[in-house]
Write a protein that binds this ligand. Structure first.
Ligand SMILES: [Zn+2]
Length: 199
């Protein structure tokens, strides 16, 4: 991750991604495209920890492995594990470089999740800003509503995100969550499903 984004993300979530990230000893061992997922997950986990007074959850390591995110944690209970598992799964559909829709493919012997624009390129480190609070809170709400809708069963939740949604034609919800508009549309669809309203 680019140092500016790494520092901003670790500073916003200093309890989940503690200080050793900030002084550069480890850092996020992935690229900027997954920062929004890491930001939203940390926000949700911290809300959960604060709400129930649980032991502080923190990430020991955040890295890319076999083309998707891996997050190794301390103190994560079932709810926190589900949140991190969901973003690990979603990262397999999101370009690690830029955050746009992507797929995992082999490149020079490595599995990497990339959009068409970045699939054949070498690592470019685009350098993205941290999402605004508003953008981050929409993604948090979307992930939260999705997990609740599926009773915190991550596999069906991921399946919903990665299969075309009837209301969106041939588009998957996962391919929409890189933009604020897509996040809002996807959230609205989930809320309609939750209340049994046909979109
Ligand atoms: Zn890309």
């Amino acid at each position: 991750m680019t140092p500016e984004l790494d520092t901003a993300l670790a500073s916003r979530h200093s309890k989940i991604y503690p200080s050793h990230y900030i002084d550069g000893r480890f850092g996020f061992e992935c690229m900027d495209g997954w920062a929004d997922l890491l930001d939203a997950a940390a926000g949700l986990v911290q809300q959960h920890v604060d709400a129930i007074g649980a032991d502080q959850v923190f990430a020991r390591q955040v890295k890319e492995k076999f083309g998707s995110l891996r997050i190794y944690t301390w103190n994560a209970d079932e709810r926190s594990v589900a949140i991190f598992d969901l973003i690990e799964g979603l990262s397999a559909s999101i370009c690690e470089e830029c955050g746009h829709p992507g797929t995992i493919k082999e490149h020079n012997g490595w599995l990497r999740c990339r959009c068409p624009a970045h699939h054949m390129s070498e690592v470019v480190h685009i350098g993205r800003p941290l999402p605004t609070e508003q953008s981050a809170s929409t993604l948090m709400e979307l992930l939260n509503v999705a997990l609740k809708f599926f009773d915190y069963n991550v596999l069906p939740c991921l399946r919903w995100f990665t299969q075309p949604a009837i209301a969106f034609g041939s588009t998957t919800p996962a391919s929409l969550i890189h933009s604020d508009e897509g996040r809002t549309r996807t959230l609205r669809l989930l809320q309609q499903l939750e209340f049994g309203v046909l979109p």
